[in-house]
Structures are given as C-alpha cells and as structure tokens.
Ligand binder design. Structure first.
Ligand SMILES: Cc1ncc(COP(=O)(O)O)c(C=O)c1O
Length: 392
C-alpha cells in the first residue's frame, strides 16, 4: 500500500465503478455499437449557442468571473425560472456551478452535517449518495415501484423519517425511471417537509422534458417552501450541453451568501466561455430545443409499444429521456443481461443496479439515438431475448 493510500481520508470509500468501466471497455472496440446507456443527448449543442462561445473567445472573455457567475447569466436564469416554472428568485439568489453536479456537492457541503439522514427518491442518480457520504451523512433511499409507474408515494417517505432526517432530495422527472411526481404528490411532500421541518433539494434538471399530460410543479413555488428549498437545474440535458459544464442552484439570498466562499474554493467559477454560451441558450431562439424535445417525444412514443411487443414491462415514463424496463422475464439478472446484450449485439444499456436499485430486474434505456438506430437496437434486443428467454 502506498503512503498516500495509507493516509486516505475516511470520507473516501471505494465505490464500485467496475461494471461501468467494463461496459465502456467492451464498447470501445465495437464498430456496430448502438449506445443507449449514458444520459448524454445525441444532438449537438444548437449552433447559435456554439457561436456565442466563439464570440466570447474572440471578445477576450478568457478570465475569471465572480464565483457565483456573470451577472447577465444570473439574471437570465432568474427570469427563466420565473417565466417557466413560476419560481421567485432574484439574480443574487442564483449560483452558477460547473454542471448541476457541482451544485449537488455545494448543496451538501452547505446543508448536510455529519449524522444527518438524507432521503432520496430511488432508484436514483447515485452521485447524491456520494455527496451525502462525503459530508458525513447517510443517504436513505425512498423506493418507488413499477406498479405505480415509479411515482413517489408520500407514505414511503414518511415512514423513513427519523429524528436524524434533515433533507429530502426530490428528483422529478427522475433519473433513471423518467417518473414525474404529480402536482398533488408534490403538494403532499411540501406539507410533509413543513410538518417535519425538512429541507428539500429539488433537482429539476429534466424539468423541461415532461410529456403531456404529465405536469411539472416546482416545489419552491408552494407556500412556505421557498425558504426551505434549494432548486437545482442546468443546461446539460435541455440544451444538449453536457460537455460545457454549466448548471446552477437557486436558494434564498442568505444561504447563497454563505455558499459563495465554498463555491469559490471548489472551482472559482464555471468556465467563462461556457457561461456566455449558457446565456445565449436562455436568451436566444428556443426552437432548436423544441425540436429536440419533439424528437425525444417521438422516440418515446415509438419505443414504449415496441418494448411491450417484445414482452417487456416498464414504468410509464412521464419525462426525461429514459425508460426503466423490467427484464426479469428473460431469466437474466440485469447486469448479466446488459453485458451479454452488449457483447452479442452491440447494444449498450445500463442495469438498474448502477442506480442504487437493489433488485436485478431492471435496465435503463436512454433513447438518445436517432429513431432508425433505436429501431435497429430494438430488433437486436428482440432477437437477443428470443434466444435468452426461458421457453414457456
Ligand atoms: C438527476 C441528475 N442530476 C444532476 C445531473 C448532473 O448533470 P450536469 O452536472 O451535467 O448538469 C444528472 C446527470 O445525469 C442527473 O441525472
């Protein structure tokens, strides 16, 4: 053991990334790969956003900005949150972060103390677990179920509340299930949060990817909730900007004031060029985004019945760009299913076990390829399972 490893801080625990690494390794050499694994849009960033970044470079925007972001972007974010979701944040209540991911870490650094229990919608985006643990807290998954289309059941939250519970992380639409928590459930969660004096972290990174008749309700708009909510969002998913690393958190000014120095310590500021790109994303034409959302809707509408025809069940996804699909009828546990599917057919999907799911029944399919490729992937999946499924 190296001296350095011997000194490893106890907050760093080994996380099992071996499966993801193996899958990506197998995929690396493949010429027939259809990647439906990662949550990274197949679309490129719209051209006017790229042009804004080039213009920022040409205008010598090569320097640090303030740690909370350029004022124009903070203002545009506050205006967008108001127009789109009815949220009431001033520009100085917004912190621009390096992706929503840094917003997650900053929120936990600010609000999660050792010994705190943090409830989180599950299956889940497990970076929350890591961030909570790094801060000495304990993540407490709140399960959701296929029979409910993975919608949150408020009773499941309530029965996990202990004297140590401090926070509830509400991810809606959810990754990996695509579940949209309906407005009535959001209202019940708000009521619960107030009754039990919980803080809510509302991760709304998929908030624009909601398919009618599903509706997104931002919990911080409800009475008494603004003061106890941190709203997280970002540009990666909606604007196909995963590589630019721009996200943000919005919270009352007194908290933002206290988070400014830790945010400076994490990375000083979000890339200046990316901030100018993000400003163009918000203030420029929205039709490229509408076109992307329409494409996701078309793929989803095609894929759901195709999965049913292939003998799978799934939770009906109200949003995001994922379908959380039950593969138990194949007799293969999800990690084995995914590895064999990749090796034998070149289609990459991820097992639910990568999202904290304790069962091995589910895979997450990201519909982030053009429709003809998704159709080709479904043909390969159907012929793979007809070989794998036990004869009935
Ligand atoms: C629920 C959720 N939150 C946050 C993130 C982080 O997004 P980014 O850091 O790219 O903004 C992701 C990425 O997949 C996510 O699914």
């Amino acid at each position: 053991m190296s001296v350095l490893l011997d000194r490893l801080a106890p907050r760093i625990v080994e996380e099992d990334g071996a499966f993801r690494t193996r899958m990506l390794g197998i995929a690396a050499g493949m010429t027939n790969l259809i990647a439906l694994g990662r949550g990274d849009p197949d679309f490129h960033t719209p051209a006017h956003i790229v042009e804004a970044a080039k213009a920022a470079l040409d205008a010598n925007q090569h320097h640090y900005t303030g740690p909370t972001g350029i004022p124009q972007l903070r203002e545009a974010i506050a205006a967008d949150l108001a127009a789109r979701y009815g949220l009431d944040y001033a520009a100085d209540e917004v912190v621009v972060t390096a992706g929503a991911q840094e917003g997650i870490m900053l929120t936990m650094l600010g609000l999660c103390s050792p010994g705190d229990e943090v409830l989180i919608t599950s299956p889940r985006f497990t970076s929350y677990d890591t961030a909570v643990r790094l801060c000495g807290g304990t993540p407490v998954p709140v399960p959701t179920f296929e029979k409910d289309d993975f919608a949150l059941d408020v009773a499941e939250i309530e029965k996990r509340i202990t004297p140590a519970t401090r926070m509830f992380v509400l991810v809606s639409p959810n990754n990996p299930t695509g579940a949209v928590t309906p407005p009535d459930a959001i209202r019940a969660i708000a009521d619960l949060a107030i009754r039990h004096d919980l803080i809510v972290v509302a991760d709304e990174i998929y908030g624009q990817l909601v398919y009618p008749p599903n509706e997104h309700l931002s919990i911080a708009t409800l009475p008494g909730m603004r003061e106890r909510t941190v709203t997280l969002n970002g540009f990666s998913k909606t604007y196909a900007m995963t590589g630019w690393r721009v996200g943000y958190l919005a919270a009352p000014a007194d908290l933002v004031h206290m988070l400014t120095e830790p945010r400076h310590t994490l990375s000083i500021n979000t890339s200046t060029i990316s901030q100018h790109a993000a400003l163009a994303a918000l203030t420029g034409p929205q039709h490229p985004i509408e076109d992307m959302i329409a494409a996701y809707a078309e793929r989803r509408a095609w894929l759901m019945p195709a999965l049913t025809d292939a003998g799978f069940t799934y939770g009906h996804p109200g949003g995001a760009f994922y379908i959380y699909t039950n593969v138990s009828s194949t007799g293969l546990p999800a990690p084995g299913f995914c590895e064999r599917l990749l090796r034998e057919t070149g289609v990459m999907v991820f097992p639910g076990t990568m999202f904290g799911d304790e069962s091995t029944d589910y895979i997450r399919i990201s519909y982030l390829q053009p429709l003809p490729l998704i159709q080709e992937a479904m043909e390969r999946i159907a012929s793979f399972v007809s070989g794998a499924r036990p004869a009935s």
